[in-house]
Write a protein of this length. Structure first.
Length: 321
Protein backbone atom coordinates (compact mmCIF):
# COMPACT_ATOMS: atom_id res chain seq x y z
CA UNK A 1 0.00 0.00 0.00
CA UNK A 2 1.31 3.45 -0.86
CA UNK A 3 2.66 5.66 1.87
CA UNK A 4 0.33 8.66 2.23
CA UNK A 5 1.76 12.01 1.23
CA UNK A 6 0.39 15.39 0.34
CA UNK A 7 -1.01 14.03 -2.93
CA UNK A 8 -2.26 10.69 -1.71
CA UNK A 9 -3.96 9.81 1.54
CA UNK A 10 -5.00 6.18 1.35
CA UNK A 11 -6.24 6.25 4.93
CA UNK A 12 -9.07 8.55 3.89
CA UNK A 13 -12.46 6.88 3.40
CA UNK A 14 -14.36 6.64 0.14
CA UNK A 15 -17.88 7.96 -0.35
CA UNK A 16 -20.56 5.76 -1.92
CA UNK A 17 -23.04 7.87 -3.87
CA UNK A 18 -25.68 5.16 -4.24
CA UNK A 19 -27.49 5.44 -7.57
CA UNK A 20 -26.46 8.63 -9.39
CA UNK A 21 -29.41 10.76 -10.47
CA UNK A 22 -31.88 8.87 -8.28
CA UNK A 23 -30.83 10.13 -4.86
CA UNK A 24 -34.34 11.40 -4.09
CA UNK A 25 -35.74 7.91 -4.70
CA UNK A 26 -33.23 5.98 -2.59
CA UNK A 27 -35.79 5.20 0.13
CA UNK A 28 -38.18 3.66 -2.41
CA UNK A 29 -35.43 1.88 -4.35
CA UNK A 30 -34.22 0.29 -1.13
CA UNK A 31 -37.50 -1.65 -0.71
CA UNK A 32 -36.85 -4.33 -3.39
CA UNK A 33 -33.23 -4.68 -2.26
CA UNK A 34 -34.31 -5.15 1.34
CA UNK A 35 -36.90 -7.71 0.23
CA UNK A 36 -34.39 -9.67 -1.88
CA UNK A 37 -31.90 -9.65 1.01
CA UNK A 38 -34.44 -11.01 3.51
CA UNK A 39 -35.58 -13.66 1.03
CA UNK A 40 -31.96 -14.62 0.25
CA UNK A 41 -31.20 -14.99 3.96
CA UNK A 42 -34.32 -17.08 4.62
CA UNK A 43 -34.09 -19.21 1.48
CA UNK A 44 -30.39 -20.05 1.65
CA UNK A 45 -30.44 -20.61 5.40
CA UNK A 46 -33.39 -22.99 4.98
CA UNK A 47 -31.53 -24.95 2.29
CA UNK A 48 -28.46 -25.21 4.53
CA UNK A 49 -30.53 -26.39 7.51
CA UNK A 50 -32.39 -28.93 5.38
CA UNK A 51 -29.14 -30.40 4.03
CA UNK A 52 -27.51 -30.43 7.47
CA UNK A 53 -30.40 -32.04 9.36
CA UNK A 54 -31.67 -34.48 6.70
CA UNK A 55 -29.26 -37.41 6.35
CA UNK A 56 -30.77 -38.39 3.01
CA UNK A 57 -29.31 -35.16 1.61
CA UNK A 58 -25.76 -35.92 2.74
CA UNK A 59 -24.64 -36.51 -0.84
CA UNK A 60 -22.13 -34.64 -3.07
CA UNK A 61 -24.82 -32.93 -5.17
CA UNK A 62 -26.45 -31.41 -2.08
CA UNK A 63 -23.06 -30.45 -0.66
CA UNK A 64 -22.45 -28.40 -3.81
CA UNK A 65 -25.90 -26.80 -3.44
CA UNK A 66 -24.99 -25.97 0.17
CA UNK A 67 -21.78 -24.34 -1.06
CA UNK A 68 -23.83 -22.18 -3.42
CA UNK A 69 -26.09 -21.21 -0.51
CA UNK A 70 -23.06 -20.15 1.58
CA UNK A 71 -21.67 -18.14 -1.35
CA UNK A 72 -25.03 -16.40 -1.83
CA UNK A 73 -25.19 -15.49 1.86
CA UNK A 74 -21.68 -14.03 1.70
CA UNK A 75 -22.46 -12.12 -1.52
CA UNK A 76 -25.56 -10.43 -0.16
CA UNK A 77 -24.16 -9.76 3.31
CA UNK A 78 -21.02 -8.19 1.85
CA UNK A 79 -23.06 -5.75 -0.25
CA UNK A 80 -26.65 -5.17 0.88
CA UNK A 81 -26.32 -3.95 4.51
CA UNK A 82 -23.97 -1.15 3.49
CA UNK A 83 -26.14 -0.41 0.44
CA UNK A 84 -29.20 -0.05 2.66
CA UNK A 85 -27.18 2.18 4.98
CA UNK A 86 -26.52 4.48 2.02
CA UNK A 87 -30.17 4.43 0.92
CA UNK A 88 -31.81 4.77 4.34
CA UNK A 89 -29.38 6.65 6.55
CA UNK A 90 -27.19 8.51 4.08
CA UNK A 91 -24.23 6.58 5.56
CA UNK A 92 -22.06 7.00 2.47
CA UNK A 93 -18.64 6.83 4.05
CA UNK A 94 -16.73 3.55 3.76
CA UNK A 95 -13.21 3.08 5.09
CA UNK A 96 -10.38 2.48 2.63
CA UNK A 97 -9.71 -1.02 4.00
CA UNK A 98 -13.42 -1.87 4.21
CA UNK A 99 -13.92 -0.86 0.58
CA UNK A 100 -11.24 -3.21 -0.71
CA UNK A 101 -12.31 -5.96 1.68
CA UNK A 102 -15.81 -5.75 0.21
CA UNK A 103 -14.35 -5.84 -3.30
CA UNK A 104 -12.19 -8.85 -2.38
CA UNK A 105 -15.19 -10.83 -1.12
CA UNK A 106 -17.25 -10.00 -4.22
CA UNK A 107 -14.56 -11.01 -6.70
CA UNK A 108 -13.27 -14.00 -4.74
CA UNK A 109 -16.67 -15.58 -4.27
CA UNK A 110 -17.61 -14.88 -7.87
CA UNK A 111 -14.62 -17.06 -8.80
CA UNK A 112 -15.59 -19.61 -6.14
CA UNK A 113 -19.15 -19.82 -7.47
CA UNK A 114 -17.87 -20.38 -11.00
CA UNK A 115 -15.75 -23.27 -9.71
CA UNK A 116 -18.66 -24.78 -7.76
CA UNK A 117 -20.91 -24.58 -10.84
CA UNK A 118 -18.22 -26.43 -12.80
CA UNK A 119 -18.09 -29.06 -10.05
CA UNK A 120 -21.89 -29.42 -10.20
CA UNK A 121 -21.77 -30.00 -13.96
CA UNK A 122 -19.13 -32.70 -13.42
CA UNK A 123 -21.30 -34.23 -10.68
CA UNK A 124 -24.29 -34.45 -13.07
CA UNK A 125 -22.07 -35.82 -15.85
CA UNK A 126 -20.83 -38.68 -13.66
CA UNK A 127 -24.30 -39.37 -12.22
CA UNK A 128 -25.96 -39.60 -15.65
CA UNK A 129 -23.20 -40.83 -17.97
CA UNK A 130 -21.37 -43.14 -15.56
CA UNK A 131 -23.83 -43.91 -12.73
CA UNK A 132 -22.25 -47.21 -11.67
CA UNK A 133 -19.02 -45.45 -10.69
CA UNK A 134 -20.63 -42.38 -9.16
CA UNK A 135 -20.23 -43.41 -5.52
CA UNK A 136 -16.56 -44.22 -6.01
CA UNK A 137 -15.66 -41.15 -8.10
CA UNK A 138 -17.58 -38.51 -6.11
CA UNK A 139 -17.49 -39.29 -2.42
CA UNK A 140 -18.66 -36.85 0.24
CA UNK A 141 -15.10 -36.05 1.30
CA UNK A 142 -14.07 -35.49 -2.31
CA UNK A 143 -16.93 -33.03 -2.75
CA UNK A 144 -15.68 -31.11 0.30
CA UNK A 145 -12.14 -31.14 -1.11
CA UNK A 146 -13.42 -29.74 -4.41
CA UNK A 147 -15.21 -26.94 -2.54
CA UNK A 148 -12.04 -26.07 -0.60
CA UNK A 149 -10.05 -26.12 -3.84
CA UNK A 150 -12.54 -23.67 -5.42
CA UNK A 151 -12.15 -21.38 -2.40
CA UNK A 152 -8.35 -21.58 -2.53
CA UNK A 153 -8.35 -20.88 -6.27
CA UNK A 154 -10.57 -17.83 -5.88
CA UNK A 155 -8.50 -16.37 -3.03
CA UNK A 156 -5.21 -17.13 -4.80
CA UNK A 157 -6.09 -15.29 -8.01
CA UNK A 158 -7.82 -12.33 -6.33
CA UNK A 159 -5.20 -11.57 -3.67
CA UNK A 160 -2.65 -10.23 -6.21
CA UNK A 161 -5.37 -8.05 -7.76
CA UNK A 162 -6.19 -6.53 -4.37
CA UNK A 163 -2.47 -5.89 -3.75
CA UNK A 164 -2.23 -4.09 -7.10
CA UNK A 165 -5.34 -2.00 -6.42
CA UNK A 166 -4.42 -1.00 -2.86
CA UNK A 167 -0.94 0.04 -4.00
CA UNK A 168 -2.38 2.64 -6.39
CA UNK A 169 -2.46 6.25 -5.17
CA UNK A 170 -6.01 7.56 -4.80
CA UNK A 171 -5.57 11.30 -4.86
CA UNK A 172 -8.64 12.34 -6.81
CA UNK A 173 -12.21 12.78 -5.69
CA UNK A 174 -13.04 9.98 -3.25
CA UNK A 175 -16.69 9.75 -4.36
CA UNK A 176 -17.63 6.38 -5.93
CA UNK A 177 -20.67 6.72 -8.23
CA UNK A 178 -22.00 3.36 -7.11
CA UNK A 179 -23.84 1.61 -4.25
CA UNK A 180 -20.86 -0.59 -3.36
CA UNK A 181 -17.12 -0.66 -4.06
CA UNK A 182 -17.39 -1.76 -7.66
CA UNK A 183 -13.97 -2.52 -9.12
CA UNK A 184 -14.01 -0.30 -12.21
CA UNK A 185 -15.67 2.62 -10.42
CA UNK A 186 -12.95 2.58 -7.74
CA UNK A 187 -10.06 2.24 -10.21
CA UNK A 188 -11.23 5.38 -12.02
CA UNK A 189 -10.41 7.36 -8.87
CA UNK A 190 -6.71 6.42 -9.02
CA UNK A 191 -4.27 9.10 -10.15
CA UNK A 192 -1.74 6.55 -11.42
CA UNK A 193 -1.86 4.30 -14.47
CA UNK A 194 -3.99 1.26 -13.54
CA UNK A 195 -3.15 -0.65 -16.74
CA UNK A 196 -1.33 -3.45 -14.87
CA UNK A 197 -4.29 -4.17 -12.58
CA UNK A 198 -6.70 -3.82 -15.52
CA UNK A 199 -4.69 -6.30 -17.59
CA UNK A 200 -4.47 -8.73 -14.67
CA UNK A 201 -8.21 -8.57 -13.98
CA UNK A 202 -9.06 -9.11 -17.66
CA UNK A 203 -6.71 -12.11 -17.94
CA UNK A 204 -8.00 -13.67 -14.71
CA UNK A 205 -11.66 -13.14 -15.63
CA UNK A 206 -11.12 -14.55 -19.13
CA UNK A 207 -9.21 -17.60 -17.94
CA UNK A 208 -11.49 -18.42 -15.00
CA UNK A 209 -14.89 -17.74 -16.50
CA UNK A 210 -13.87 -18.79 -20.01
CA UNK A 211 -12.30 -22.09 -18.95
CA UNK A 212 -15.08 -22.97 -16.50
CA UNK A 213 -17.86 -22.13 -18.97
CA UNK A 214 -16.21 -24.18 -21.74
CA UNK A 215 -15.93 -27.26 -19.51
CA UNK A 216 -19.49 -26.75 -18.24
CA UNK A 217 -20.75 -26.59 -21.83
CA UNK A 218 -18.83 -29.76 -22.72
CA UNK A 219 -20.21 -31.55 -19.66
CA UNK A 220 -23.81 -30.71 -20.45
CA UNK A 221 -23.27 -31.46 -24.13
CA UNK A 222 -22.19 -35.00 -23.22
CA UNK A 223 -25.04 -35.25 -20.71
CA UNK A 224 -27.57 -34.25 -23.39
CA UNK A 225 -26.17 -36.78 -25.84
CA UNK A 226 -26.33 -39.51 -23.19
CA UNK A 227 -29.88 -38.57 -22.15
CA UNK A 228 -31.19 -38.54 -25.72
CA UNK A 229 -29.82 -42.04 -26.22
CA UNK A 230 -31.89 -43.45 -23.32
CA UNK A 231 -34.60 -45.83 -24.57
CA UNK A 232 -37.23 -44.76 -22.05
CA UNK A 233 -39.06 -41.46 -22.49
CA UNK A 234 -39.68 -41.29 -18.72
CA UNK A 235 -35.97 -41.78 -18.00
CA UNK A 236 -35.08 -38.98 -20.43
CA UNK A 237 -37.54 -36.60 -18.76
CA UNK A 238 -36.27 -37.49 -15.29
CA UNK A 239 -32.63 -36.88 -16.25
CA UNK A 240 -33.42 -33.59 -17.99
CA UNK A 241 -35.52 -32.45 -15.02
CA UNK A 242 -32.62 -33.19 -12.66
CA UNK A 243 -30.29 -30.99 -14.72
CA UNK A 244 -32.71 -28.18 -15.53
CA UNK A 245 -32.29 -26.36 -12.21
CA UNK A 246 -28.50 -26.50 -12.52
CA UNK A 247 -28.60 -25.13 -16.06
CA UNK A 248 -30.93 -22.30 -15.06
CA UNK A 249 -28.68 -21.25 -12.16
CA UNK A 250 -25.62 -21.32 -14.43
CA UNK A 251 -27.31 -19.21 -17.10
CA UNK A 252 -28.39 -16.73 -14.43
CA UNK A 253 -24.85 -16.51 -13.08
CA UNK A 254 -22.88 -16.27 -16.32
CA UNK A 255 -25.35 -14.25 -18.42
CA UNK A 256 -26.00 -11.80 -15.58
CA UNK A 257 -22.30 -11.47 -14.81
CA UNK A 258 -21.33 -10.83 -18.43
CA UNK A 259 -24.11 -8.28 -18.85
CA UNK A 260 -23.09 -6.42 -15.68
CA UNK A 261 -19.38 -6.48 -16.60
CA UNK A 262 -19.86 -5.23 -20.16
CA UNK A 263 -22.20 -2.46 -19.06
CA UNK A 264 -19.54 -1.27 -16.62
CA UNK A 265 -16.81 -1.43 -19.29
CA UNK A 266 -18.83 0.05 -22.15
CA UNK A 267 -21.64 2.44 -21.33
CA UNK A 268 -23.41 1.71 -24.66
CA UNK A 269 -25.16 5.05 -24.29
CA UNK A 270 -26.93 3.97 -21.10
CA UNK A 271 -27.34 6.33 -18.17
CA UNK A 272 -24.99 5.67 -15.21
CA UNK A 273 -27.99 4.85 -12.99
CA UNK A 274 -28.93 1.99 -15.34
CA UNK A 275 -25.43 0.53 -15.12
CA UNK A 276 -25.49 0.76 -11.33
CA UNK A 277 -28.95 -0.79 -11.04
CA UNK A 278 -27.96 -3.73 -13.27
CA UNK A 279 -24.85 -4.37 -11.16
CA UNK A 280 -26.84 -4.09 -7.92
CA UNK A 281 -29.52 -6.51 -9.09
CA UNK A 282 -26.89 -8.97 -10.33
CA UNK A 283 -25.46 -9.24 -6.82
CA UNK A 284 -28.83 -9.42 -5.04
CA UNK A 285 -31.41 -11.18 -7.25
CA UNK A 286 -29.60 -14.49 -8.06
CA UNK A 287 -28.91 -15.22 -4.35
CA UNK A 288 -32.65 -14.86 -3.76
CA UNK A 289 -33.66 -16.98 -6.78
CA UNK A 290 -31.18 -19.85 -6.38
CA UNK A 291 -32.85 -21.50 -3.34
CA UNK A 292 -36.27 -20.98 -4.94
CA UNK A 293 -35.08 -22.68 -8.13
CA UNK A 294 -33.73 -25.69 -6.23
CA UNK A 295 -36.74 -25.78 -3.95
CA UNK A 296 -39.16 -25.85 -6.89
CA UNK A 297 -37.16 -28.12 -9.22
CA UNK A 298 -35.64 -30.70 -6.89
CA UNK A 299 -38.04 -33.00 -5.05
CA UNK A 300 -35.37 -34.09 -2.55
CA UNK A 301 -34.77 -30.49 -1.44
CA UNK A 302 -38.52 -29.88 -1.17
CA UNK A 303 -38.98 -33.01 0.90
CA UNK A 304 -36.04 -32.08 3.13
CA UNK A 305 -37.45 -28.60 3.76
CA UNK A 306 -40.89 -30.10 4.47
CA UNK A 307 -39.40 -32.48 7.03
CA UNK A 308 -37.49 -29.58 8.57
CA UNK A 309 -40.66 -27.49 8.91
CA UNK A 310 -42.55 -30.42 10.43
CA UNK A 311 -39.93 -30.62 13.18
CA UNK A 312 -40.61 -27.06 14.34
CA UNK A 313 -42.23 -26.97 17.82
CA UNK A 314 -45.15 -24.85 16.69
CA UNK A 315 -46.04 -27.22 13.86
CA UNK A 316 -45.76 -30.27 16.12
CA UNK A 317 -48.07 -28.60 18.62
CA UNK A 318 -50.65 -27.82 15.95
CA UNK A 319 -50.42 -31.33 14.52
CA UNK A 320 -51.04 -32.77 17.97
CA UNK A 321 -54.36 -30.95 18.07
Amino acid sequence: MSVPDQHNSSSLPFLLLGIPGLEDLHAWISIPFCFTYIMALLGNSTVLLAVKLDRSLHEPMYYFISMLAVIDLIFTTAVVPKMLGVFWLGSREIAFEACFTQMFFIHTFTAVESGVLLAMSFDRYVAICNPLRYVTILTRWRAVQIGLLCLARGAAVMTPLMCLLTSLPYCRDRAIPHSYCEHMAVVELACADPSVSDLYSIIVATLLVGTDSVFITLSYGMILRSVLSLPSHAARLKSLSTCSSHVFVMLLFYAGGLLSMYLQMFSLGLAPRTQVLVADFYLTVPPMLNPLIYGMKMKQIRDGISRLLQQLPGLRFSDAH
